[in-house]
Write a protein that binds this ligand. Structure first.
Ligand code: HEC
Length: 345
């Protein structure tokens, strides 16, 4: 009995010590990592050698436990890459059968293996009997109860980064229909002039928006507005990493990222910049956006210019209105599709 206890203590203390302190030394950072298997084999050998030196002869049942435990440890921790759960179960089943075969190889060993089990059942090992028949069932019952108990947790709330904009928005006393609103300073819907950048033909007249020179003037004014108001949060490279950005959740939008202004209409930006975080619909909460409602500080014209600058700087094209009819035979407004835009100024 005493021998068994010593042996058991060596096992119970040895495994965590090996696992936490010695095993990490055998791990190389990458690759198949043969060192870990060497480490494991050395550990098992040490365990056996200690037993030989101390002349310990643990009872059969305990030997079985050790063998089974080493197998479990090997398949679950030592073997890499980590094997799937179903494979692990299969291996462990084979391992258990193997262990059992060893135990039951002849009547004598099997009897030896059975002895502590029988003694526990008949009550010779009092403590073991209490543990097995009282604490174990209570523990299993309790964990089952805990796992079946319904949980009442708050549902996860996900924030919609780009909510559907309202149909209209009212800025500086003017109601704008966002469907139709366009940037009054954009000289070409598709930004064709950008292919000519930086040698923008400043003298060319682009029609609606004036010459290239006027366009660049508006962009520059937008840039000034940006660096006076927005770069603290959106960053001086428009990447959302402004000096104050780190304290906000959600973080300021990164305009370089293809997932922000590149996929939005300018009218969407107009609405977002004017109304800011407070203007967001409920689906964009629970986190409160720090984006200020800029209509309180900027004129409508300034809002359009800063938007113009954001696209110019990042090189993105705003998402535009369809120029094809929605379906063949769809009514076309006089002057063509997208022809009666508003500027909302
Ligand atoms: C106090 C920090 C702060 C300042 C200053 C600020 N923003 Fe923002 N902005 C944010 C945050 C935070 C978000 C992201 C959360 C959200 O969508 O409301 C955001 C989002 C945006 C969006 C929406 C992008 C998208 O993908 O939906 C636009 C456009 C925008 N800001 C433009 C501006 C402009 C233009 C200015 C300057 C006039 C400005 N911001 C100044 C914090 C700021």
């Amino acid at each position: 009995m005493k021998q068994g206890l010593t042996s058991f203590i060596i096992f119970v203390l040895g495994l965590p010590i090996f696992h936490n302190f010695i095993f990490p030394m055998f791990q190389t950072s990458s690759g198949l990592n043969p060192a870990r298997y060497v480490g494991f084999i050395l550990f098992v050998l040490t365990f056996i050698i200690i037993h030989l030196i101390l002349r310990l002869k643990p009872p059969m049942a305990m030997k079985a436990l050790f063998v089974w435990g080493f197998g479990f440890y090997f398949y679950d921790y030592v073997l890499i890459p980590h094997i799937p759960w179903t494979l692990f179960i299969t291996y462990m089943m084979l391992w258990s059968i193997g262990t059992f075969l060893y135990i039951s190889q002849d009547a004598a060993t099997f009897k030896e293996f059975r002895r502590p089990i029988v003694k526990t059942i008949v009550g010779e090992y009092k403590l073991a009997r209490i543990v097995v028949f009282i604490f174990l069932p209570v523990f299993v019952g309790f964990t089952t109860y805990k796992s079946l108990l319904p949980k009442f947790e708050e549902p996860v709330e996900l924030r919609t980064v780009h909510p559907a904009p309202p149909a209209t928005t009212r800025v500086h006393g003017k109601t704008c229909a966002l469907e139709k609103t366009r940037n009054p300073f954009r000289i070409q819907e598709q930004d064709d002039y950008q292919t000519a950048f930086p040698f923008l033909d400043v003298n060319k007249d682009f029609g609606k928006g004036g010459t290239g020179a006027q366009y660049m003037k508006n962009v520059t004014e937008g840039g000034t507005i940006f660096f006076q108001n927005c770069h603290y949060c959106h960053g001086d490279q428009l990447n959302g990493l402004g000096m104050f950005s780190h304290v906000f959740n959600p973080t300021p939008a990164n305009f370089i990222d293809p997932g922000t202004i590149a996929m939005l209409r300018e009218s969407f930006l107009f609405w977002r910049v004017s109304k800011g975080g407070p203007g967001l619909p409920n689906e964009s909460t629970p986190w409160s956006s720090a984006m200020p409602p800029w209509e309180e500080h900027l004129k409508t014209e300034q809002i359009w210019k800063v938007i113009l600058f954001e696209y110019w700087y990042t090189g993105w094209h705003p998402r535009t209105f369809d120029t094809e009819p929605a379906y063949i035979g769809a009514p076309v407004p006089p002057g063509g599709i997208g022809s009666d835009p508003e500027t909302c100024m």
